[in-house]
Design a binder for this molecule. Structure first.
Ligand code: 8IG
Length: 279
């Protein structure tokens, strides 16, 4: 008997190499902005958009959606440009006013595409900011905390194949010291990334504390891993926009997050401006 013929699906096109895609995006940025390379990159998370205000001389602004491999932001209150800024210290900084989150289900390569694009432009120092929930009741909404280490609970990695990247000093002790030189009141904490987009249950927040976490959020750790693979130094800064679930009796809502960011805005802009002067 003849073997049964099965109508097979057409073969999937090969997945694009994420590093090649980042080089393409870097080239597009060179063409549209006129820069050849950059020294620093900043990623502005929830509440941090005012961080562009005092950084230096704006040279260019490009919608991320117009660059290869990027897409428009998914969340109200999240931005979607990359700015090129000349800092007072004469450095060229890329400022991403939005990011792709893991919960958007575009894949981990999409989450770290901005980091890889920055690396392709020669960036050596990366500042990752976020808005997050705080476990420490003393860290009320508006508190900024330097990330000293992370726990990645997404069960995902941006690395492909047997790429064994050391994360011992994932958050540069040298950059933490520089930041504390700018603001000696800055404390450090361990950031725990959950997948989201739901906030945690109180039991999950208690677990995060038991395993060593101080902050809970939905970003940053995958970007840090990709940055370390690329050899960049990372400074992570969290804005506590809300007490994590169960830390107080109050329920969480997104408008509270936005309000905390607006209230903290001038202080965050000052902090980032002071930071880029020493980075
Ligand atoms: I802003 O409480 C912000 N982002 N996972 N939990 C998590 N992410 C957050 C939170 C929070 N607040």
């Amino acid at each position: 008997m003849d073997p049964v013929k099965i109508d097979t699906e057409p073969a999937q096109p090969p997945a694009p190499d994420p590093f090649a895609l980042a080089r393409t995006a870097a080239d597009a940025l060179r063409v549209t902005t006129g820069i050849d390379s950059a020294d620093l990159a900043l990623v502005l998370g929830s509440g941090w958009k005012s961080g562009t205000d005092l950084l230096g001389e704006p040279l260019a602004s490009v919608d991320l959606a117009e660059l290869p491999g990027f897409s428009a932001p998914a969340v109200a209150g999240h931005g979607g440009q990359v700015l090129v800024v000349r800092t007072p210290a004469g450095k060229t900084a890329l400022v991403f006013t939005g990011r792709t989150h893991f919960y958007e289900e575009k894949g981990v390569d999409a989450v770290v595409h901005g980091v890889r694009t920055a690396a392709a432009l020669g960036v050596k120092r990366l500042v990752l900011t976020n808005g997050c929930g705080g476990l420490n009741p003393a860290w009320g909404p508006g508190t900024t905390v330097l990330i000293r280490d992370h726990i990645n609970l997404t069960a995902a990695s941006p690395l492909h194949g047997a790429t064994f990247v050391d994360l011992t000093n994932a958050y540069s002790p040298e950059l933490i010291a520089l930041a504390q030189g700018v603001d000696p009141t800055l404390q450090t904490g361990v950031y725990v990334q959950f997948r989201g987009p739901h906030y945690e249950t109180p039991a999950e927040v208690r677990m995060a504390g038991i395993i060593g976490g101080d902050l809970v959020g939905m970003s940053t750790t995958l970007e840090t891993i990709a940055a370390r693979e690329a050899g960049m130094e990372v400074l992570g800064i969290s804005l506590v926009t809300n007490a994590a679930a169960g830390v107080t009796d109050a329920p969480l809502d997104h408008s509270e997050v936005i309000a905390a960011g607006q209230e903290a805005a001038p202080r965050l802009a000052r902090l980032l401006a002071d930071l880029v002067e020493v980075l």
